[in-house]
Design a protein around this ligand. Structure first.
Ligand code: NAD
Length: 263
């Protein structure tokens, strides 16, 4: 089992279609013990019900990633229940609906700041709190270190009409991954991004024309299909696991090859 004995925090489960939930299931199959955050009381029951199917004792924390006090409480909770942390999955993004409909040029100051705060800065906010828990030597022989994986999308690299400010937020997220990888490498903490092809989720429903994006990928991607939740989850587990020990600062495309096409 690739993650036997590892303890990980999963940020971004909303429901059973969430990419974070796909990753949680795959990580648990590989032997990981998991804790979860949920975004407010509205989503608590969903996350609790799902988490219980894998582990009735899984720690759950209420956490809006824009709230520093809640972020602090998550890591204090993990510190007291586990004492250390091996991996972190960041699968969180948000932009106002109106920013994902019209043209990018119409992006408001508020909308820009909110999208970047929730979707990009949150990775750094989480990582800086995870560091003290990942640098504690543990296991036999004792080793320190950890792995962080953040979910991103091709709209960071190329223009995807209507993805708009979220593309800019993902570009900042991918750059953050590289800067974090540089800072945390000497502490044996790896930080990578996983660039997923389109998957039907709650967040995806906020992007107008999303079904057309999926049809387009199916007809053009070298593999002539869209990715499945399992495709993404398996690649995330790989990045979290010791099989990826030499990989950091990378953006791994899990998109049926779509990103290699020029025309
Ligand atoms: P999802 O709706 O299931 O997950 C998004 C999560 O973000 C939810 O759990 C939501 O509660 C959380 N979130 C939003 N604002 C938050 C806040 N302020 N504080 C805490 N949590 C907050 O959708 P998903 O598609 O599974 O998204 C997960 C990640 O995957 C996102 O980063 C998304 O951009 C990325 N991604 C998705 C696709 C896709 O096609 N679905 C493709 C590439 C990348």
């Amino acid at each position: 089992m690739l993650l036997a004995g590892k303890k990980g925090l999963i940020v971004g489960v909303a429901n059973k279609r969430s990419i974070a939930w796909g990753i949680a299931q795959a990580a648990a199959r590989e032997g990981a013990t998991l804790a979860y955050t949920y975004q407010g009381e509205r989503l608590k029951a969903n996350v609790e019900e799902l988490a219980k199917t894998l582990d009735p004792t899984a720690p759950l924390y209420d956490c809006d990633v824009t709230n520093d006090a809640q972020l602090d409480a998550v890591f204090q909770g993990i510190q007291s229940s586990w004492g250390a942390l091996d991996f972190l999955v960041h699968a969180v993004a948000f932009a106002k609906r109106e920013e994902l409909e019209g043209e990018f040029v119409g992006t408001s100051r508020d909308g820009y700041a909110l999208a970047l705060d929730v979707s990009s800065y949150s990775l750094t906010a989480l990582a800086r709190r995870a560091v003290p828990l990942m640098t504690i030597p543990r296991g036999l022989p004792p080793v320190a270190g950890g792995s962080v994986v953040a979910l991103t999308y091709y709209g960071a690299e190329k223009v995807i009409p209507r993805y708009n400010v979220m593309g800019v937020a993902k570009a900042a997220l991918e750059a953050s991954v590289r800067y974090l990888a540089y800072d945390l490498g000497p502490k044996h903490i790896r930080v990578n991004a996983l660039s997923s092809g389109p998957v039907q989720t709650l967040a995806a429903r906020g992007i107008s024309g999303f079904s057309d994006m999926m049809k387009h990928v199916e007809s053009r991607a070298p593999l002539r299909r869209n990715v499945t939740l399992e495709d993404v989850a398996h690649a995330a587990v790989f990045l979290l696991s010791p099989l990826a020990a030499g990989i950091t600062g990378e953006t791994l495309h899990v998109d049926c090859g779509y990103h290699i096409i020029g025309m």
